[in-house]
Design a protein around this ligand. Structure first.
Ligand SMILES: [Fe+2]
Ligand SMILES: [Fe+2]
Length: 249
């Protein structure tokens, strides 16, 4: 694609996977706030839209054909994407959320008396963890199976394919809206955590556990951004398009 100042963030993120590292570098919201042009993404930063585009183009060229972080997921079937999301991102969250929770509890216990903001961080994290675990469960047991049952099974690596296997549940479109609403809430909670933790910059009296916690929380945030990007910008629009095709056929 040709990138211009009016290109939507989500389209660039979908079509040029290497752009994600550039968006991450400048804190551009590409998962829940992707429905904005690049010209808006640079507002409030020292970056010009021309520089942003040049960096995205350079990243795309440097990372052509590299690791799976830059894999072109838009070539995958919706079913293949759901499998990848479950294996890569849902498993990650199930492993990392309890670890982060335990580290947070320990840091609160040791440093809470001098850093009362840690209690707020703990409360927001608790809400995020509970919301996400319920959300993953719903995706895995209800919504993703409904996508696979109505649009066809697939595995990562499979090219997109046409052809329906069964009628989609009538509520599927509403469920997709619900997923996007959940993602917005999770995105807001992550922003709130980053604000409370002062951008995950460590205070001077921080110990190694404190540093490890902030690293874990920043990594968790980055993974959720990529996870939600795959669902909001690729999976959900593809499923909506496939359902529209089915409805008109
Ligand atoms: Fe998910
Ligand atoms: Fe999701």
């Amino acid at each position: 694609m040709t990138i211009t100042a009016s290109s939507k963030i989500r389209d660039v993120a979908r079509d040029i996977p290497a752009s994600l590292v550039v968006f991450e570098r400048y804190g551009v919201d590409f998962c829940c706030g992707g429905d904005r042009p690049l010209s808006e993404a640079v507002q409030g930063t020292k970056l010009s839209v021309g520089d942003l585009i040049a960096e995205i183009e350079a990243a795309a060229e440097a990372q052509q054909g590299e690791d799976s972080l830059h894999e072109d997921w838009s070539r995958y079937s919706p079913a293949g994407l759901t499998r990848h999301i479950e294996q890569a991102h849902h498993e990650y969250l199930r492993e990392e959320l309890p670890k982060a929770g335990a580290a947070l509890a320990k840091v609160i216990q040791v440093h809470g008396d001098r850093h009362s903001e840690l209690f707020d961080l703990g409360r927001v994290f608790q809400r995020l963890r509970n919301d996400l675990l319920a959300h993953l469960e719903r995706e895995e047991t209800v919504i993703f199976p409904a996508i696979r049952d109505s649009l066809g099974e697939g595995t990562p690596g499979e090219e997109a394919e046409e052809g329906a296997l069964g009628p989609p549940p009538p509520e599927l479109l509403d469920w997709l809206d619900g997923l996007e609403a959940d993602h917005d809430v999770a995105g807001g909670l992550l922003q709130e955590m980053r604000r409370i933790a002062d951008g995950y910059g460590l205070p001077e009296d921080a110990c190694a556990t404190y540093g490890g916690l902030y690293e874990t929380l920043a990594a968790l945030e980055a993974d959720i951004h990529r996870h939600v990007h795959l669902e909001n910008n690729i999976l959900i629009p593809e499923v909506r398009e496939a359902l529209a095709r089915l409805a008109s056929s």
